[in-house]
Each structure stands twice: as C-alpha cells, then as structure tokens.
Design a protein around this ligand. Structure first.
Ligand code: UT7
Length: 383
C-alpha cells in the first residue's frame, strides 16, 4: 500500500512537471524542455501502467475516533445469586473471576442501550449523527426478528443519512461488525461508520440453571470509525467459524424446530478449551499479518468471558498479565458488547496512547472467532 502511495505521489509530481514543460515549450522555441517532456512522459506512462497492473487503489485506513458504553444501573452480585440458585460467590469468583453483572431494566432493550452507548461515542468523536453513513449493530438479543436493531438505533440517533443492519456472530459479533465497517471504509464507499455491540442476555437465561445464569450480563459499547489516508487505523483482521461445533453453545429461536423456552445452552469445558486455543491462534495471526511482533503489542482487549481463559491465553502467548485488559469481574460476559465496553474503559483509563498497537480478539457461538490488530489514534493533530 505504501509503495502504491509513493508511486501515486511521484506520478502527481511528474504530471505537474509535464504541464510546466508544456508551458515552457509554448513560450520558448528551445529544444531542452522538449527532451525533458519526452523523458517525463515516458516515466508517467510507465508509472500509470504499473499502477493499473497492481489494481491501484488509494490506501484508506479505518480509525476509531469515538467510543462510548452503557451499562444498566441494576447490579446483580454473586451474593444475590446465592439466594436464588444453588451456587456460591466462592465458586463463581474462583471459576470465572466474575463478582457482579448488570441487568437491564424492564423498559430497556438492546437498541435502547445501543443508543445510549452510541451517543457517548458520537460525542467523543465530535460527530453529528447525520454525518454517519452506516450503523452496524452486533447483537444476538435484538427485540425484533426484524427490523434490525440497527434500524431502531439509526432512527433514535437521527442518523438520517445512514444505512443500517445487524451482525450476529455471537460473542465475536463486534469484531465481525468492525471488520465489515473497515471494508466499507477501505473501498471508499463510506467515511463515518458507527459500530455497536449491545446485548440483553438476561432475557435468554434460565435463571434456575446455575451453569449459565451466573456467567452473563447486559450492556452496550460503541465506536465511531472514520476514514483516513494513512495510519493510525486497522492493520489486519482474522475471522473464522467452525459450524460443526455449533451445539457447544447455542440458543434456539421461535423460527426453528424448538418450541422453546429459548434459553442459552452451553458445554462450558468444551468452549473453555476452544477459547484458550483460538485466542492465541487468532492473536498471533493478526499480529503477524500486521507485520508486527507480539512484543510490539501494548494491549490486548479480549472478549470478557472468564479470567481463567484470559490468564491461560496470556501465559500461552508469554505476555505479562497487565497487557491483557480484564473487566469481566464487574460486568460478567456481555457477549458482543464485551469488547467495545472494554475498549471504551481502556480508553477512558488512559491505557490507549496514540501510536499504540492493540489487538481485539473474540470467540463464542458458532463456534466463531475474530481478531483485529489496530494502531490506536484518531489521526487528528493535537492542538
Ligand atoms: O462467551 C461465550 C463463550 N463462553 C465461555 O467462554 C465459557 C467457557 N467456559 C467456562 O468459562 C467454564 O467452563 C465455566 C465457568 C462455564 C464452568 O467452569 P468449569 O470449571 O469448566 O466447571 P464445570 O462445568 O466443569 O463444572 C464443575 C462443577 C460441576 O459439578 P460436579 O459435576 O463436578 O459435581 C458443576 O455442576 O461445578 C459445578 N457447577 C457449579 N457449582 C456452583 C457448575 N456451575 C456452578 C455454579 N455454582 N454456578
């Protein structure tokens, strides 16, 4: 990409010089400008030919210029769960690292929480909703089968110019949505895209099933992505799915063969092993594709499901624990919302500096996985 940019700028300079030569030929009957003209024409044609052969496109980077989060006010602690299901704070804390999670109020939905998180992201970005070209919502707990959750978000924000659709890749959904946004930006189709992850898992949990109900929580996180013609921005991504293991974690729906109830079912130990393995593989993959080394990464922001998964992955990657962002203790597993919530907190805590290399990495239902390497920064000059 850089070589192409260099060629592009060189060609521009040569074209400008060509015009100057043409002007000087018309002004002086001298032969020197004429020979310069022939030489420059040759180089311009050669460059243009090479560019066309390479399928020339100008590099467009997709940067995060705004972030926001919304967590419902109601806190549900492990101690409260002890009173309703056969579990203990000690078991939950030692097996998952979770202390408490948030639960949406009766009048809250994935879209209403997404709107709250998005307003925060737009404010940080300093962008008006009508500047958005596209809204993508990653969720598997939308209030409607259709229209999309993103449609409601687009309307509530007043993003009148924006297209809108949802992505469902379970807990990997946010990175799938982010990678999609990067394609629209990279192709030159759109400049400003809102990507939101929002979930109300409290509505698909069997509150009598201790193997699942202690793990999840509700919330939303959002980022605004903007086009830029040089880094910072997205450097590489990797998406994957193994549909043969779809039964490891799933929730049936009203359009399928199940008559309900529509609760989440999970083979915890199997997903655990998959998660540790794929966290390491996908992280290594995007770091390598970005032309970086693991030691160049300042922070990894993984899907927040279980501290034991994250610590095992950090050990396998030989990364110091402080390089892996963890907030699962306060929110539990918020599925597609967990990475944008964590990203937002990392930014708010000053843990992301301009020029930092970071990795986002997720895993979950599908079984799916997704990772992205980014150079952090808005690309705006500091005043
Ligand atoms: O975002 C989607 C991706 N999901 C995940 O990443 C989840 C991945 N899996 C995990 O995080 C862990 O497997 C769990 C936290 C779900 C479970 O931990 P585990 O150490 O794998 O426990 P287990 O399922 O092997 O169960 C061990 C024991 C069982 O009892 P017995 O059969 O040994 O007597 C369970 O019945 O723990 C019991 N148990 C509980 N005990 C108290 C399971 N849930 C609970 C509970 N409280 N809430």
């Amino acid at each position: 990409m850089l070589t192409l940019k260099l060629l592009y700028h060189l060609t521009l300079i040569l074209v400008k010089r060509l015009f100057i030569d043409l002007l000087s030929i018309s002004c002086t009957p001298d032969l020197l400008p004429l020979s310069r003209l022939t030489l420059r024409s040759y180089f311009v044609i050669l460059f243009l030919y090479k560019l066309s052969k390479k399928g020339f496109t100008l590099a467009r980077y997709a940067r995060v210029i705004g972030w926001g989060k919304y967590l419902p006010a109601k806190v549900l602690t492990n101690q409260e769960l002890e009173r309703s299901v056969n579990t203990s704070d000690a078991w939950i804390l030692s097996r998952t690292g979770i202390r408490e999670r948030r639960i949406a109020a009766d009048n809250e939905t994935a879209s209403s929480m997404a709107v709250r998180a998005s307003r925060g992201a737009l404010e940080v970005a300093g962008l008006k909703p009508d500047s958005l070209d596209l809204v993508i919502t990653a969720t598997c707990t939308p209030e409607h089968i259709f229209p999309a959750c993103a449609s409601s978000v687009q309307h509530s924000l007043g993003a009148k110019q924006a297209a809108a659709f949802d992505v469902n890749a379970a807990c990997s959904g946010f990175i799938y949505a982010l990678a999609t946004a990067c394609q629209f930006i990279g192709s030159g189709a759109y400049n400003n895209i809102l990507v939101v992850g929002s979930e109300v898992y409290s509505r698909i949990l069997d509150w009598k099933d201790r193997s699942t109900c202690v793990l999840f929580g509700d919330g939303a996180g959002a980022v605004v992505m903007q086009a830029g013609d040089s880094p910072p921005g997205m450097l590489s991504f990797a998406l994957g799915n193994d549909g043969s293991r779809a039964n490891s974690i799933f929730t049936p729906g009203p359009c399928g063969l199940s008559s309900g109830p529509y609760y989440i079912t999970m083979n915890g130990p199997e997903v655990f092993k998959f998660a540790v393995n794929v966290l390491c593989l996908a992280t290594r993959q995007v770091v390598k594709a970005a032309g970086l080394d693991l030691s160049d990464i300042e922070l990894i922001i993984p899907h927040q499901a279980n501290t034991r998964i994250l610590k095992s992955a950090a050990r396998a990657l030989e990364l110091p624990p402080e390089k892996v962002f963890i907030n699962v203790d306060r929110y539990g597993n918020t599925s597609a919302a967990s990475i944008p919530i964590a990203l937002c907190e990392a930014a708010e805590q000053g843990r992301l500096k301009d020029g930092d290399h970071i990795v986002l990495v997720g895993f979950g239902g599908g079984l799916s996985w997704a990772a992205m390497a980014l150079e952090w920064g808005s690309g705006r000059r500091k005043k």
